[in-house]
Design a protein around this ligand. Structure first.
Ligand code: MEV
Length: 437
C-alpha cells in the first residue's frame, strides 16, 4: 500500500514523477525513462499537452491513420482516424473504395437539437408552478442574454423551455427541459452555463413571488446539466446499388450475399448480444474520427448506445434491406459534436485533421462521422458473412505479433510475404521466426 499523498496536484511534474517511481516502480529509472520517451522535444508543444489535464506525466500515443477515397454526396474526402485496433483503418479504406465505385455515400442531417435539464424538487401545487414558468419564461431568457447573445449571432441559442412534471416517477421531482441549437460548437459549456444561471434565477423568482405559499417556496435545485442523449441531433448515411453491382467473396452469388447481409443486420436488430458487437463495429469508425477531430467520444458513445436502446431493447443502429433490384444499407446516429471550441483549435493534430477534412461545419462533420460508422459496419459484415472476420483481422494484426516477438525488419518483410497465403496465428508467426532467423 502506498501512503496517501496530499497536495499532489501542486507539485511540479518532476516531483510527481519521482514520487510515482519511488512508490510504484521501486525507484526503477527505466520506468521514468518510459515516461520521458514520450515527451515532446518541443517544450511549448509539451506544455500545451501538460495543460490539457491535471497531473500530466507523459503523452499517451494513439496512431493517427487516414482512410482515403470516401465519396460523400459527390465530394471526396480522406478521413483522419485515431485508433489502436489494427484492422479498422484498412477496413474503412476498403469500404470507401468499394462504395466510391458504386456512387458513394449519401448523407443528411435530420436535426441538430441539443438538450439540457434543470432537475429540481418542488412540493407545491403543480398547476401553479406550470403557470408561473410560462409567465417568467421571457424573463428567464433575458436573464441569460449575456450568455446566449453570441450564440444567437451564430444561429444558435435556447429553443424551447418546458416544465416536465416527473413527480409520478420520484416524489416532487420536476425538470426544466430545454432544447438548444449550438451552431458549430458541441455546446456543453454553453448549455451548462445557461442552465446553471437559469436554475439560480428560477429559484430566486419562486422565492420572491407572492403567489407561492411559504411551504412552496423551498425549491431544491438538485442539478443542472446537459444531456448526452440527443436523439434529435441526428445524422443519416446510406449506400445503395443494384444487387448486380455487388462484388462478393469466395464464390458467393450476388443475391445470396445481399440476402445474407440483410439477415445479419436483422439478427443484430433482434438479438442484443449480437447488436452490441455489431454496434461496437460501427463505433470503431465513429470513435476514430471523433477522437481525431478532438471531440468527446464518451459523450458520443453514451448517446449512441442510449439511442440504440430507444425502443426499450438494445438493437442494431444500422438497417439493411433489398428494395426491388437494389441493395440498401443505412445508418442514423445521434452525434453531438463540434468543429469550434474545445480542442479543435488547440491540439495541432486536431487542427490538422480538420484541415484534412476541409474545415467542415459541425453539420458536415456529423455526416462524415456517420459515414465512417456505416463504412466500418459494411466492412465487418461483408467479412463476417463471407470469409469470416479473422482472415483480414489477423493479417492486419501480423505486425503487432512480429513487434511483440522482436522481429527484425528483414524478418518482417519476409513474414508479410509468407503470410499473404498462410493463416496468421501467434504460433505460426513464432515458428516462422524460428525457421527464418
Ligand atoms: C471488432 O472490433 C468489430 C467486429 O466485431 C464488429 C462486428 O462483429 O460486426 C468485427
Amino acid at each position: 500500500m502506498s501512503t496517501p499523498i496530499r497536495g499532489f496536484s501542486k507539485r511540479s511534474k518532476q516531483e510527481k514523477i519521482d514520487w510515482l517511481i519511488q512508490q510504484y516502480f521501486n525507484n526503477d529509472l527505466a520506468a521514468k525513462q518510459t515516461l520521458e520517451n514520450y515527451w515532446n522535444s518541443d517544450d511549448a508543444l509539451q506544455q500545451l499537452h501538460d495543460d490539457f489535464i491535471e497531473n500530466t506525466v507523459s503523452n499517451f500515443y494513439l496512431p493517427l491513420g487516414v482512410a482515403p477515397n470516401f465519396t460523400i454526396n459527390g465530394r471526396d474526402y480522406t478521413l483522419p482516424m485515431a485508433i489502436e485496433e489494427s484492422s479498422v483503418v484498412a477496413a474503412a479504406a476498403k469500404a470507401a473504395k468499394y462504395w466510391g465505385d458504386r456512387g458513394g455515400f449519401k448523407t443528411e442531417v435530420i436535426g441538430e437539437e441539443k438538450i439540457g435539464q434543470i432537475h429540481f424538487i418542488y412540493t407545491g401545487d403543480p398547476l401553479k408552478l406550470a403557470e408561473f414558468i410560462t409567465e417568467i419564461e421571457s424573463q428567464l431568457r433575458s436573464d441569460v442574454a449575456n450568455i446566449t447573445h453570441n450564440m444567437e449571432k451564430r444561429g444558435g441559442g435556447i429553443q424551447h423551455i418546458e416544465l416536465r412534471n416527473k413527480s409520478s416517477n420520484i416524489d416532487n421531482y420536476y425538470q426544466l427541459h430545454l432544447t438548444f441549437l449550438t451552431a458549430d460548437s458541441m455546446g456543453a459549456n454553453f448549455i451548462n452555463s445557461c442552465l446553471e444561471e437559469l436554475a439560480k434565477r428560477l429559484k430566486y423568482y419562486i422565492q420572491a413571488s407572492p403567489i407561492f405559499a411559504e411551504t412552496e417556496k423551498d425549491i431544491e435545485i438538485v442539478m443542472s446539466i446537459l444531456s448526452n442523449y440527443v436523439p434529435n441531433c441526428l445524422a443519416k448515411a446510406s449506400v445503395r446499388c443494384p444487387i448486380e453491382q455487388l462484388e462478393t467473396e469466395e464464390g458467393m452469388s450476388k443475391h445470396a450475399f445481399a440476402e445474407k447481409f440483410v439477415r445479419a443486420v436483422t439478427i443484430a436488430k433482434e438479438e442484443p448480444y449480437r447488436a452490441v458487437t455489431h454496434n461496437k463495429g460501427i463505433m470503431n469508425g465513429v470513435d476514430a474520427v471523433v477522437i481525431a477531430t478532438g471531440n468527446d467520444f464518451r459523450a458520443v458513445e453514451a448517446g449512441v448506445h442510449a439511442f440504440a436502446a430507444r425502443s426499450g431493447q438494445y438493437r442494431s443502429l444500422s438497417n439493411a434491406f433489398i428494395d426491388g433490384d437494389d441493395f440498401c444499407f443505412e445508418l442514423s446516429l445521434p452525434l453531438a459534436i463540434g468543429t469550434v471550441g474545445g480542442l479543435t483549435k488547440l491540439h495541432p493534430l486536431v487542427k490538422w485533421s480538420m484541415q484534412l477534412l476541409g474545415n467542415p461545419s459541425a453539420k458536415e462533420l456529423m455526416q462524415i462521422i456517420c459515414v465512417a460508422g456505416l463504412a466500418q459496419n459494411f466492412g465487418a459484415l461483408r467479412s463476417l458473412v463471407t470469409s469470416g472476420i479473422q482472415k483480414g483481422h489477423m493479417k492486419m494484426h501480423l505486425l503487432n505479433i512480429l513487434n511483440q516477438l522482436n522481429a527484425t525488419s528483414g524478418q518482417k518483410e519476409k513474414a508479410t510475404e509468407y503470410f499473404k497465403t498462410t493463416a496468421v496465428s501467434h504460433n505460426a508467426v513464432t515458428t516462422f521466426l524460428q525457421n527464418n532467423p
